[in-house]
Write a protein that binds this ligand. Structure first.
Ligand SMILES: Nc1ncnc2c1ncn2[C@@H]1O[C@H](COP(=O)(O)OP(=O)(O)OP(=O)(O)O)[C@@H](O)[C@H]1O
Ligand SMILES: [Mg+2]
Length: 301
């Protein structure tokens, strides 16, 4: 039995938007990403698997406990969730916010303080323990959110866009912390940054318009959907031609030719011969963002 299983998740908001449709997930130890553009259903999915939002249909099993079928209390104990904007009492100190989360999870005050101290050390906030949350930087607040999500020592850590808004250095520090401290558990995170997912996730679910459209190891997906670099040509007016039997894929005003049978020189030559005006040509290397474009014809962010 996998640690976390979701089957047939669906959620329609009262506004009529179907945010998530028929989502299946199966996760064990490792770092799993839900990757998709704005509005693709990542937050809605994470909220349903963490027990914060009831699905219209489908089920979530956490170590066999059915989140929405009577096992909410047991399932919730196994999960720590840091939403995109973790609710903190901003006038209380970092330490007292952790104690508060401990009490919410039914830990004793003694145990809450002990865990609070342990986690503040682990996330590098010990020096800031007595500082009000309102006086912490964005990166420090993110780390405090992770500590709060881990207060009850869950086996699964779920993070909604953990690195968004952080500068590259703070993002690196956050991931290095997550991997060294909790990389042996199950981490589930959402992101619309293909590079972040490629670097840190061992498995990725690609989401588009509320559905999972592909899943697998990042490297394997790149090999499958983008085995070769591509030449991207900007053609403001007119159409890009088929060159030596190779048809380009279109993304906005850009046309992409795989550099398998063709070289960049072949493409430039053929466009000039055909009188097609182009204003830019560049080589794009395989990446998860490019895989997303190949699958959907749309950009990830
Ligand atoms: N509370 C809500 N009420 C109505 N519609 C909602 C609500 N929350 C989300 N939606 C809609 O559901 C869809 C999925 O939203 P969701 O927040 O799950 O996407 P997301 O992938 O997390 O996006 P983002 O990258 O912007 O965080 C969107 O069309 C969104 O507008
Ligand atoms: Mg979201």
């Amino acid at each position: 039995m996998s640690l976390l299983v979701a089957r047939g998740l669906r959620k329609k908001y009262p506004t009529g938007v179907v945010a998530v449709e028929n989502v299946d997930l199966e996760m064990d130890r490792g770092i799993y990403a839900l990757m998709g553009p704005n509005g693709s259903g990542k937050t809605t999915t994470l909220s349903m698997i963490t027990g914060s939002l009831k699905p219209d249909s489908g089920e979530v099993l956490v170590k066999g406990y059915s989140m929405w079928g009577g096992g909410w209390v047991e399932a919730r104990k196994l999960i720590g969730f840091a939403p995109q904007d973790m609710p903190f009492y901003k006038h209380l100190t970092a330490m007292n916010n952790l104690v508060y989360y401990g009490l919410l999870h039914s830990l004793s005050i003694f145990e809450s303080k002990r865990r609070g101290r342990e986690l503040l050390e682990a996330v590098g906030l010990w020096e800031a323990r007595n500082r009000q949350v309102s006086k912490l930087s964005g990166g420090m607040r993110r780390r405090l959110a992770i500590a709060a999500a881990l207060i009850h020592d869950p086996e699964i850590l779920v993070l909604d866009e953990p690195a968004s808004g952080l500068d590259p250095k703070a993002r690196e520090e956050l991931w290095s912390l997550l991997i060294t401290q909790w990389g042996d558990r199950l981490i589930v995170f959402s992101s619309h940054d293909g590079e972040e997912v490629e670097r840190f996730a061992t498995q990725v679910y690609i989401m588009h318009r509320g559905r999972v459209i592909e899943k697998g190891e990042p490297e394997e997906l790149k090999k499958r959907y983008m085995p070769h670099p591509k030449a991207a040509v900007l053609i403001p007016e007119g159409e890009a031609p088929t060159i030596d039997g190779v048809e380009p894929e279109r993304v906005g005003m850009m046309y992409r030719y795989p550099l398998e049978k063709l070289t960049v020189e072949d493409i430039v030559h053929a466009l000039r011969e055909g009188g097609v005006k182009f204003t830019r040509i560049e080589v794009v290397e395989p990446s998860l963002s490019e895989v997303f474009i190949s699958l959907t014809g749309e950009r990830l962010s």
